[in-house]
Design a protein around this ligand. Structure first.
Ligand code: FAD
Length: 368
């Protein structure tokens, strides 16, 4: 495949971090080789094309940012539609609006205006002022009836732990609005790339040598000899053979199914917060980037226990124990020469897409 040190950079991982690095370094005259152990580009942002419907194979991805420069950057590689995510939760045969807004408070408490909504929350807030865990935080923020109906079981299914044992910070990030506005994200720029995410990666990596279905770890001795510098975007604990133990992740099993109907649920995402429904949500992909077909593709998401090397790591569990373990790995990584670590797996950090693109752009500036 390559002679010794044929490349300036070996980039392990064709997700956003690796692909943005490859684009920028190639444009500045460096010779890059990108490898990914998966058979496709894009990491978890990968979308497949099934009869014209762009299927978000690893969880739905909605691009949102308030950073004008990043928005301009990503628009070099895709045209975005104006999709906005308005959440819906289904409990038995009742539907509720998410994130928590006046529609939700009207549906649960019958509130007709923000004064009534705030009063209902106070009345159902059980006098909590200094919450100690996620359950207490949620009751304080939206009252027990909203918590019981829309938060408790969803969260416990998602995290596999009682809400009383989860940190309150998880729920603090959720927007709560006292207006009839159900737009999930507050960001100025929002949308879905027309034609799916994969076409962004085709453009980011155009003119760059890329090998898919190639595992760096399995061929480490070889790959360590092909480039002057390696940028690694895989899992940091795996890189060091789990020397300090495994870092924990939340993971999900995606069950895709086709239905012979034009439109099955009338929304891109419906959440299922009930205890007796095993999955957490159903995605109907054609609503992200509408295409007229007489069939549709749905994905049910089932939370699963993560097993390193066997299931895909999705969301890092950034509690004190895991963060401390990550710092031990980071110290080892910092001691290596001609080797850099970046992206969500290598930095053990939850990144939205705009953040990871920004992080890669900042990182390459340190190399050029
Ligand atoms: P990745 O995309 O994971 O890329 C890392 C790549 O490295 C992978 O392709 C992997 O196969 C490869 N790799 C690992 N080890 C090796 C090895 N040994 N050899 C070769 N290759 C290797 N962000 C948003 O902004 N909006 C959303 O709506 C959103 N939804 C999300 C939903 C889910 C379910 C998940 C998990 C994330 C979501 N994100 C969302 C976050 C988004 O996916 C990340 O910001 C982005 O994918 C991070 O890119 P990355 O390059 O760091 O990692």
């Amino acid at each position: 495949m390559a002679n010794n040190m044929e490349y300036d950079y070996l980039i392990v991982g064709a997700g956003f971090f690796g692909s943005v690095c490859a684009r920028e370094l190639t444009d500045s005259g460096k010779k890059c080789l990108v490898i990914d152990r998966r058979s496709h580009l894009g990491g978890n942002c990968y979308t497949s094309n099934k009869g014209g419907i762009h299927v978000h194979e690893f969880g739905c991805h909605i691009f949102h940012t308030s950073n004008e420069e990043l928005w301009a950057y990503v628009n070099r590689f895709a045209e975005f539609n104006n999709f906005k995510y308005h959440g819906v939760a289904r409990v038995d045969n009742e539907f509720y609006s998410l994130p928590f807004n006046m529609w939700t408070f009207q549906q649960v408490y019958g509130s007709r205006n923000p004064v009534e909504a705030r009063e209902a929350i106070r009345n159902h807030g059980e006098g909590i002022e200094e919450p100690r865990n996620l359950e207490e935080q949620a009751i304080m923020m939206v009252g027990r009836p909203v918590y019981e109906k829309l938060i408790k079981w969803y969260t416990e299914k998602q995290w596999g732990r009682p809400a009383t044992e989860l940190p309150k910070e998880i729920i603090q990030r959720l927007p709560i609005r006292f207006t009839f506005d159900s737009n999930y994200f507050n960001d100025v720029y929002q949308g879905i790339p027309i034609g799916g995410y994969t076409s962004i990666f085709d453009k980011l990596l155009s003119g760059v040598e890329v090998k898919t279905s190639v595992d760096y770890k399995a061929n480490k001795a070889f790959f360590d000899g092909v480039a002057k510098h390696t940028i690694y975007t895989g899992a940091i604990d795996e890189f060091f053979d789990y020397k300090y133990g495994e870092l924990e992740y939340k993971t999900t099993r995606f069950f895709h199914k086709m239905m012979d109907t034009r439109d099955a649920q009338g929304a891109a995402v419906i959440n299922y917060p009930s205890r007796d429904v095993e999955y957490t949500r159903i995605i109907e992909h054609k609503h992200f980037d509408w295409v007229e077909t007489d069939f549709t593709i749905l994905t049910q998401e089932y939370p699963e226990r993560y097993v390193a090397g066997k299931t895909e790591p999705y969301y890092p569990v950034n509690d004190a124990q895991n963060n401390a373990k990550y710092l031990l790995y980071k110290e080892l990584a910092d001691g290596l020469h001609n080797m850099s670590f970046g992206g969500r797996l290598a930095e053990y950090k939850y990144y939205d897409m705009d953040d990871v693109i920004g992080s890669a752009l900042n990182f390459v500036k340190t190399l050029k």
